[in-house]
Write a protein that binds this ligand. Structure first.
Ligand code: HAM
Length: 427
């Protein structure tokens, strides 16, 4: 017999519900991967999940898949002239918010910010690629300093390591700046003109020829073997900058691999770009990425504010933990579980439960009429260290039974001493 379907609704394609106990791991991952940035002076920022669509087309770039194919635009209300899109990434929003609040004028630069939230891209869903996904990001706005690029890369590496991940690589590249990139661009355009490319790729090459280097199709990659390499065109300033970043990473013991083809899927990058790639995730292997974006502020109407940042993928970090068999040591959500064997006992234990919770002890209580067997099963499932069991006979003697769920040992404890006894155990 097939099971009766309880609901006709399911989560939309490319999305999923986060449910216990997995949801607790997600919370712990967000906490852990943001901790290094929080310790390094990054302040928390929250921006709306939707923005003017032009912020992304100008900021992220007209030649990117993200803008041309993957944006969730919202139906416009008839009376409004603005067009909105669900945010596909966080950097453009964070820079917009910093400019709007004049954060760059208020204090010392760089303005350091971190964020955590959901982002939306209309992609073809597969394992590790979703239409709603979660990122933790960090941005340092308004300073050109290789130590800042190195700081951010080290913070991301520390974030992954703090979770126990190790089977991943850091890919590093420099995309040059407004001096040397145009020279390289011209050389690349000339090279691409001689290739056999389809109409769409040609159009893309016209807007941003570097995008073509990132094309995943084997027939395109085969034609790119002899493409000019940006590395050979870097100006002295960019070269020196890149070297300094590398030197600082090496000093911090962070290993990296040169990847001259690393372009990244967003147009705003200049100089340092990087990606953390996990070795056991198959096609969707990037667990985080970022780089310097010295021109973004100007692209969205602000002053020149050289900046650098990253975003780490929470969904993929979770998959990476699974792939490496890392089990996070999460504290049980319940420390004490109360089981009442009568109405009167329920009233008494309910009051103690409230008291314990107010004292900071994570306490739960068996609800509904379950019988002792089922109630003890729930106590077991809750992960509680102790169960408190009481019936009329116990109460008549002024005691409750305290059961150590690990050893199975059960001892009577005076009702009046229960809260202090449990408090002393520092659960
Ligand atoms: P991104 O490389 O597009 O960069 O995204 C960063 C990370 O988000 C990826 O490495 C991946 O782990 C995760 N991610 C992206 N798309 C998906 C998806 N469809 N499903 C699951 N996970 C996904 C940015 O978003 C830039 N804003 C990073 C940045 C910050 N650059 C400078 N500052």
């Amino acid at each position: 017999m097939t099971e009766e379907k309880l609901s006709t609704f399911t989560a939309p394609k490319g999305t999923y519900d986060l449910l216990p106990p997995t949801s607790a791991i997600f919370l712990a991952v967000r906490e852990a991967i943001s901790a290094p940035a929080r310790r390094a002076g990054y302040g928390y920022i929250e921006t709306p999940v939707f923005e003017d669509v032009k912020l992304f087309s100008r900021g992220v770039g007209e030649s990117t898949d993200i803008v041309t194919k993957e944006m969730f635009t919202l139906a416009r209300r008839p009376e409004s002239s603005e067009s909105l899109a669900l945010r596909p990434e966080g950097t453009a929003s964070v820079v917009r918010a910093a400019l709007e609040a004049n954060l760059h004028k208020l204090g010392n630069l760089p303005v350091k910010l971190w964020y955590s939230g959901n982002f939306y891209r209309y992609e073809r869903p597969q394992k590790g690629r979703y239409r709603q996904f979660s990122q933790v990001g960090a941005e340092a706005i308004g300073a050109e300093d290789p130590a800042l690029d190195a700081e951010l890369i080290i913070l991301a590496d520390d974030a992954f390591r703090s979770l126990g991940l190790s089977d991943y690589s850091l890919l590093l590249n420099s995309l040059g700046d407004k001096q040397c990139r145009p020279v390289y661009r011209a050389a690349l355009v000339e090279f691409l003109a001689g290739l056999d490319l389809d109409e769409e790729t040609r159009r893309r090459a016209e807007i941003n020829p570097l995008r073509v280097l990132d094309d995943k199709r084997a027939e395109v990659q085969a034609q790119l073997v002899d493409a000019p390499r940006l590395r050979d065109y870097l100006c002295e300033d960019c070269k020196a900058y890149d070297e300094k970043v590398r030197e600082l990473l090496t000093l911090a013991g962070v290993a990296f691999t040169d990847d001259p083809k690393l372009v990244r899927g967003l147009d705003y990058y200049t100089r340092t770009t990087f990606e953390f790639v996990h070795n056991r995730l198959g096609a969707q292997s990037a667990i985080g990425g970022g780089g310097r974006y010295d021109g973004l502020s100007e692209m969205i109407g602000g002053p020149a504010l050289p900046s650098v940042g990253w975003a780490l993928g929470v969904d993929r970090t979770y998959l990476a933990l699974e792939a490496e068999g890392v089990v996070l040591d999460l504290p049980a959500s319940t420390a004490v579980y109360a089981v009442a064997l009568s109405e009167e006992a329920k009233t008494v234990l309910f009051a103690r439960t409230v008291e314990l919770r107010r004292l900071g002890v994570a306490t739960d209580l068996a609800f509904g009429v379950k019988g002792i067997k089922n109630a003890m099963k729930s106590a077991d499932r809750s992960g509680a260290r102790f169960a408190v069991i009481a019936g009329d006979r116990d109460l008549a003697e002024g005691v409750v039974q305290l059961k150590d769920m690990e050893s199975g040992e059960q001892t009577p404890v005076a009702l009046e001493a229960l809260v202090t006894t449990l408090k002393e155990k520092q659960l």
